[in-house]
Design a protein around this ligand. Structure first.
Ligand code: V47
Length: 369
């Protein structure tokens, strides 16, 4: 009796996703039902092929990286989200806060090495004055007018507006006057209220996240979008999340990139849920590339997914591997098994090994190198 090698299994079978693949080949948008079928399938090769075709149509063989520095200014936070290992309640042991001088000294060094972007996020600190944030940004811009300041998630903007009693538009205007250039995509988690209730009940909610980004886009700020996956959510929640982002992008065109964030569980209240699998990471990345047809860029974020998956991600829909980072606490405190910094040669090697052409970009995806 002859045994067929198992690797021929898929090539001998009809492709049950062929109708969806026909749509993506024609450049047509897929429906939420199509998205759910992709999540239900374990045919990663077919899903990856579809995502890769879209990725290459949009970005050719380019894979982007940026020279950036993350600043997580404080972990003191009035919230206690179950997925978060970073935050400490006010007065709790392990809380930290760094002043402006601490960062300006670090950044002066980085600027000599050519960083082009500072990414600033932190906990919801109840007692800092608004001037702490505006002074920090102004101080950075005094070091270099050219540096792009991408700062404060929608959750922080909502908090500032409430704490300092200003409309969101005025909060953003004052931050813009200090030097804010764009907003990162954090704090989105999973928009569905039943998921928010289970993982971050006290947080403002998905509707408000979308509203703040809509306001920012109307004010001509570019922003990013994230999705924290691999905890209590189900595939239909992920599709709903992407659907809402796709609709807002149709309306405003203000999103630059989408970043799926794999849940890192250590030291969190959800530690029992464990780590995401490589299969799920690549599938989620690929489906996001297929679903979000109006997003130009999908990031394979090496901090949350690990270096191996981030590199493979460049063949599963992602065209951007993020950057040097230099200092990251949020995911490292949750057990991330990656270094704090990647050097430019590290990033270039990861990209070249994936068969892609490495390009340094600025924050708006202009090619620098
Ligand atoms: O908002 C928190 C998530 C986000 C965990 O816009 C966790 O370019 C995994 O938003 N495991 C911050 N993730 C990171 C972020 C980001 C990163 C890189 C680039 C950009 C961008 C944005 O991290 C938080 C939250 O959603 N997070 N805890 C955790 N245990």
């Amino acid at each position: 009796m002859q045994y067929a090698p198992t690797y021929t299994r898929r090539t001998q079978m009809p492709n049950p996703l062929s109708d969806i693949e026909a749509k993506t080949e024609r450049g047509e948008r897929i429906t939420p039902e199509d998205g759910l079928r992709l999540f239900a399938s374990d045919d990663l090769v077919t899903i990856g092929r579809m995502a890769n075709q879209i990725r290459e149509r949009k970005n050719g063989n380019h894979a982007y990286y940026i020279l950036n520095h993350h600043i997580d200014y404080s972990n003191i936070c009035v919230l206690a989200c179950k997925f978060c290992a970073f935050a400490k309640r006010p007065g709790e042991d392990g809380g930290f806060f760094h002043d402006q001088d601490y960062y300006l000294e670090k950044l002066s060094e980085d600027l000599r090495e050519g960083i082009t972007e500072v990414h600033i996020v932190g906990g919801l600190h109840p007692t800092l004055p608004f001037s702490y944030y505006t002074d920090l940004i102004q101080g950075i811009k005094q070091l270099s007018q050219q540096i792009h300041v991408k700062a404060f998630t929608a959750v922080e903007i909502d908090f500032f507006a409430r704490l300092y009693k200003m409309p969101v538009t005025e909060t953003l205007e004052q931050l813009r006057a200090a030097g804010l250039d764009s907003m990162p995509g954090g704090g989105a988690e999973i928009f569905a209220p039943e998921v928010y209730d289970q993982i971050c009940k006290e947080k403002m909610g998905g509707e408000r996240w979308l509203e703040i980004h809509r306001i920012a886009h109307q004010m001509k700020f570019k922003t990013n979008a994230t999705m924290l996956y691999g905890h209590v959510e189900k595939p239909h929640h992920r599709i709903d999340h992407m659907e809402q982002l796709r609709r807002l992008q149709d309306e405003t065109g203000g999103f630059l990139s989408f970043i799926p964030l794999a849940f890192n569980p250590e030291n969190t209240e959800l530690a029992h849920l464990g780590w995401t699998s490589g299969q799920d990471d690549l599938k989620t990345l690929a489906i996001s590339r297929i679903y979000l047809d109006n997003f130009d860029h999908i990031k394979s974020y090496w901090i949350t997914s690990g270096l191996g998956i981030a590199q493979l991600g460049l063949s599963f829909g992602a065209d951007d591997i993020h950057g040097t980072v230099r200092e990251e606490n949020i995911t490292h405190m949750a057990g991330a098994k990656v270094p704090q910094i990647l050097t430019v040669p590290d990033l270039k090697r990861l990209i070249a090994e994936a068969g892609r052409e490495a390009h340094q970009r600025d924050s708006l995806y202009n090619i620098l190198n």
